[in-house]
Design a protein around this ligand. Sequence first.
Ligand code: CP
Length: 310
Amino acid sequence: MLKNLLDIKDLNKSQITEIIELASLFEHKKAKSSVEGKNLALIFCENSTRTRLSFEMAAFNLNLRVFNFDADKSSFSKGETLKDTLQNLCAIGIDVAVIRHSENGIMQKTLADMSCDMKLINAGEGNISHPTQALLDFYTIKKHLGDVAGKNILFVGDISHSRVTRSNIELLEKFGAKITLCSPNCFKSDEFSHIEWSDNLEKCLKSADVAMFLRVQHERHDNHCNGQISLKNYSENFGLNLNKYNKYCKKSTLIMHPGPVNRGVELDSDILDSDVGKTILEQAKNGVFVRMAVLELILNNVEIRGQEVG
Ligand code: CP
């Protein structure tokens, strides 16, 4: 039974495949909601456009009742903890809470402490995990490339601050993808010492089947790369424009970005506004189907292959 979705590490290959297959059924209108009327709360303690709205769209498509929790106007301002907040929402009748929070480890810590059985979904946690983003990226890649085993998947940019990269690596490694990381030295992370790393984007692009560009997360570091690299220098060396794409990429290379994009930093407008950049909006669209599948499986309490506990 999929009780909660806090981390990709909690899912095995079979469970991930089940989510992806159900997402495809929802996309092609071959599956219906069996969870209508249940109550979902959106608790976003960090800003969001795609994740929040696509969870809301997914919930409407499943005929759930959606309760938008305004963190700024909530009793967080009076010092109420996340655990106490969630226990009160559970008492009020919320069945599932979708949570985004800036603190690493808060999801597991809160879950371990809770005494009610409301389900929890991680919608982005600090810089450590963003499981539904990894699932929707996997769904998007599979639609274009099929099996990812042996495929070259390149992540470019602000690796050390990226929860998207962490969750994607955890997922893609389970399915045998060959991952390469490309970044300035100051965005390198020791945590990924087992993965090939380069600071030569042109070289990396030549073999990439997928190149996922990552947002430079200004809010997670005061001084861009500790002042070691200017934005102009960053975009020249680690950004992509159409000229570089045509020169170094295979015709089939998928250009992806989880969003939001810093236009002109990670990707130039000639990429974003052309066919080369269209996969990025597909990622956003696919997020709705993947989140419908996650909500359906969690709220329906169906046996998800092999998982004993959430
Ligand atoms: N990709 C992503 O998490 O986007 P938002 O921050 O807009 O939700």
